[in-house]
Design a protein around this ligand. Sequence first.
Ligand SMILES: *[C@@H]1O[C@H](CO)[C@@H](O)[C@H](O)[C@H]1NC(C)=O
Ligand SMILES: *[C@@H]1O[C@H](CO)[C@@H](O)[C@H](O)[C@H]1NC(C)=O
Length: 124
Amino acid sequence: MTASWLFLWAAVIIQVPSSPVQTGPHTNAFLPCHYTFDPPRTINASALIVRWSLRGRTIIKLHESISTYRPRGAVLNWATVREGNASVFITDVRGDDVGVYTCCVSHPPDVAEGKVTLKLGGKG
Ligand SMILES: *[C@@H]1O[C@H](CO)[C@@H](O)[C@H](O)[C@H]1NC(C)=O
Ligand SMILES: *[C@@H]1O[C@H](CO)[C@@H](O)[C@H](O)[C@H]1NC(C)=O
């Protein structure tokens, strides 16, 4: 049935803040992203993929190892990611870092994503 099919594909639940994250220039931004499985299941660490992107460009990706693509850096913590906390630190934030970030969590066959907006404030 269509309803149970949709349920299967909604099985990763992503939680992100609904209001923008604001930080000052040249500080580090913390972008929260938490996930759970519905129904709960054991995470297969080899299959888990977490990807953060901005405007379609990957910032950092975790899949067996962590690859950072953002030149000024980004930090994911393996230990907390495995416990459902896929939050990321974006280091040395500047004007071109503002925008809507996508936190995508994949644990095949389930995948889900959330959006976190980063704004730059006047003061650090
Ligand atoms: C975990 O995921 C890996 C990679 O997708 C797969 O090869 C392996 O069979 C999985 N293990 C279990 C216990 O499902
Ligand atoms: C999530 O993980 C980050 C480290 O990546 C940590 O600083 C933060 O406190 C954690 N949040 C919660 C709610 O556990």
